[in-house]
Design a protein. Structure first.
Lengths: 150, 122
């Protein structure tokens, strides 16, 4: 590929090579923007949920809020933020739905624990949410990522 | 020698003539990596292209000066810092036109170029 300031034209082979390079690079970005969360990303989050629930049981709401905010930042940040389109918005919606399911599990477990008059309802609730994260949120995210890369 | 100056937005590029400012391996790689994205981190560009911080910064500065890129300094969680980059509307337009010119060149060489500007991709 020429780098001359006065290049008036290029050969078709050169153009084809540049287009191939463009496609390869674009695929790199799409792959980075839609890659599935790794176990390294998800397992610590799931393991951290019950201790966070315990913080709520200890009435340390401010610490809970700070840690959750920090976790959210580390979890959602990616080095590539793809342009939003209809497909990516649908993907985000499905993913948010799975997090809502985790929240529902938290509330349901708390309801049962409080009904049975057991201690540490928030810890149990977060433990239930943790199970949903591992059993539902993560697999769904991986499936969506696989579809996005296809 | 500096690899060209950007073609002003909206100015005509004759068929077969390539914007020399964009037609360098480094800038083609950078713009291709940025094209599908909204924002891209500097570290992703550096590792994907396999270049040094200073070489990449130089290219990004040139593209930013031309109005093709927007550069943003991030303040991450835990005190970490980073730089993110994205294509501006002007940059996206120029890059689209650059790619179109390449496609026309290839199509003409294969005898498949349309006689008139074709309909948009569906």
């Amino acid at each position: 590929m020429s780098t001359s300031e006065h290049t008036p034209s290029i050969s078709p082979d050169d153009a084809a090579a540049a287009l191939a390079e463009n496609r390869r690079r674009e695929a790199q970005t799409v792959a980075a923007g839609t890659s599935a969360w790794s176990a390294k990303d998800v397992v610590p989050v799931a393991l951290a949920l019950p201790p966070l629930g315990y913080l709520l049981d200890l009435d340390l709401v401010w610490l809970f809020a700070a840690l959750v905010a920090l976790m959210a930042v580390f979890t959602v940040r990616r080095r590539v933020q793809l342009r939003a389109d209809r497909r990516s918005r649908r993907r985000d919606l499905v993913l948010v739905g799975t997090f809502v399911a985790a929240l529902v599990a938290d509330v349901a477990a708390q309801f049962v624990v409080r009904g049975a008059d057991l201690p540490l309802p928030n810890t149990w609730g977060m433990a239930a949410a943790s199970v949903v994260v591992l059993a539902l949120v993560w697999p769904v995210q991986r499936r969506l990522a696989a579809r996005g890369a296809a | 020698m500096s690899p060209g100056s950007p073609v002003p937005p909206g100015s005509p590029v004759a068929p077969g003539q390539i914007d020399p400012f964009l037609h360098t391996p480094a800038r083609l790689s950078i713009l291709s990596l940025l094209a599908p994205a909204d924002w891209v981190r500097f570290s992703f560009l550096r590792e994907s292209i396999g270049t040094s911080d200073s070489a990449l910064s130089k290219q990004l500065s040139a593209l930013e000066d031309a109005g093709y890129l927007q550069v943003r300094k991030d303040r991450g969680a835990g005190g970490g810092r980073g730089t993110s980059v994205r294509l501006t509307v002007v940059g996206r337009t120029a890059f689209d036109r650059y790619l179109q010119t390449l496609e026309q060149l290839v199509a003409r060489s294969r005898g498949t170029a349309p006689a008139a500007p074709g309909p948009a991709d569906g």
